[in-house]
Design a protein around this ligand. Structure first.
Ligand code: ADP
Ligand code: MG
Length: 452
């Protein structure tokens, strides 16, 4: 098994990447390594004690589950801090070197701009679901700061928002030889910077950090909605940049008017710029993406298998990538082409991983969170208009994810079973005819998944 340790770890990381937010993944797992296996115990090395404790407490079970999925001889995990438990140096195989080079390329975030060079326009597959966003991105690169400001891009989880906005940053950096100062930040990081600055009375530093750039890229803006002080500071940063013709690029999982807690003045600012969406990719594009990912990994799969994947994995591109990584892993382990039946099994497992094991209260909580209504209202007898859709969606998801009985669903949400049946049908119907509604359901499912 030894020679496959790096492959195993690459596959586990691929899977963890699907499950965690990019920020979490980058913070906790990007510098991890699987260095040794002994009697079914995997030794995982983390860069410091803090990371070790965090990963041990939060991700132990997940990692073990995933590793066992790939290799059922795995029994236990041991987390160690690098330098603490280093056995005799191992011979480094050519494969390891290749793999490490790949990791370096993938994760070497530029400390100045915070951009990850792995995201390029070249590796971004364009199809009908994202071509508008793609050409808008190119237009922004051509005329930084002048015409399309702010550039606001929205769409569901895993559809390529981060990829696209980071690519814009990387492209601007190389096109203008680094003369245009570009900074990427997630809104979680932005928020934590503000909190830190307030606590340490260093607001001036933060102002300088974010206002002293030519291009500010801020990812997942929906997370700052409702955090008063952060929003206030973002608004001022926004205005300062905007008035000086600096480019602002924003991503969000929904359009500005649907971020319930976003302050009106900020919303109208966003609406004054260029707004485009990315939707989920249709079949042909999924095929194109699978082929491009295989090519990037120097792999091939026969057309029947590619079509099978495209048919079954519909949720988003991140999920597609996860499935492809897994298939590549199996292929390497077995050192033989992989059959359709095996692929089907892999997909089944991957998709189950995504939706399984949640409780009814997690579902209700996530729906309430998404629509910004209280759990009490949602599950009580309130007849407010704003509650109708969230309640129907909650009923639908209880059925869809947990396969609960209608009477039980009704009881959970303060209604009778006929209302539950009607609601589930209605949402089903809506999903089939309205793709942005479908997207909304996917976003909520993602929230549910994250709450696990
Ligand atoms: P989001 O930010 O919308 O949640 P990401 O940008 O993180 O989604 O995309 C998820 C994964 O899918 C990333 O690994 C990304 O590189 C890949 N991906 C997304 N869109 C495309 C695309 N059009 N072509 C190739 N890869 C893509
Ligand atoms: Mg993203």
């Amino acid at each position: 098994m030894e020679k496959n340790l790096e492959k195993l770890w690459r596959s586990v990381l691929g899977e963890m990447e699907i499950q965690l937010s990019r920020a979490n993944f980058a913070t906790w797992l990007k510098n991890s390594q699987l260095t040794e296996e002994k009697d079914g115990t995997l030794f995982i090395v983390l860069p410091n004690n803090f990371a070790k404790e965090w990963v041990e407490n939060k991700y132990h079970k997940n990692i073990l589950g995933i590793a066992r999925n790939f290799d059922d001889s795995v029994k236990k995990l041991e987390f160690v801090v690098s330098g603490q438990k280093m056995d005799a140096p191992k011979k480094i195989s050519a494969e390891t070197i290749k793999f490490e080079n790949k990791i370096n390329l993938e994760f070497k975030v530029d400390p100045e701009s915070n951009l990850n060079p792995r995201y390029t326009l070249d590796s971004f597959v364009v199809g009908s679901s994202n071509e508008l966003a793609f050409s808008a991105a190119n237009a922004v690169i051509e005329s930084v700061g002048s015409k399309y400001n702010p550039f606001f891009i929205y769409g569901g989880v895993g559809l390529g928002k981060t990829h696209l906005i980071q690519s814009i940053g990387n492209e601007i950096k190389s096109k203008y030889n680094g003369k245009i100062k570009t900074k990427y930040v997630s809104s979680e990081k932005f928020t934590s910077d503000i909190v830190w600055a307030i606590r340490n009375k260093r607001m001036e530093d933060i102002k300088k950090k974010y206002r002293d750039v030519d291009v500010l890229i801020i990812d997942d803006i929906q997370f700052i909605g409702g955090k008063e002080k952060t929003e206030e500071e973002f608004f001022h940063t926004f205005n300062a940049l905007y008035e000086n013709n600096k480019q602002i690029i924003i991503s969000s999982d929904r359009p500005p008017q649907s971020i319930p807690t976003l302050e009106e003045r900020l919303r109208s600012r966003f609406e004054g710029g260029l707004i485009v969406d990315i939707v989920y990719p249709e079949y042909e594009m999924r095929v194109a993406i699978i082929k491009s990912k295989l090519q990037n990994n120097n792999r091939e799969l026969n057309d029947a298998v590619v079509e099978l994947i495209a048919n079954k994995v519909k949720k988003n591109i991140r999920e597609l990538e996860g499935v492809i990584n897994k298939i590549i892993f199996y292929q390497d382990m077995k050192n033989a082409p992989i059959g359709e039946k095996m692929v089907e099994e892999i997909i089944e497992k991957a998709i189950q991983n995504f939706t399984g094991r949640v409780s009814d209260s997690q579902i209700i909580k996530s729906v309430a969170e998404f629509y910004n209504v209280s759990i009490g209202d949602l599950s009580g007898r309130v007849r407010k208009k704003e509650i109708v859709e969230p309640r129907q969606v909650a009923m639908y998801l209880l059925r869809d994810i947990l396969d609960m009985s209608y009477p039980y669903i009704g009881e959970k949400l303060g209604k009778d079973h006929t209302t539950a049946i009607h609601s589930v049908r209605k949402i089903n119907h809506e999903i089939n005819k309205n793709s942005s509604f479908f997207q909304k359901i996917i976003t909520i499912k993602e929230l549910i998944h994250k709450s696990k």
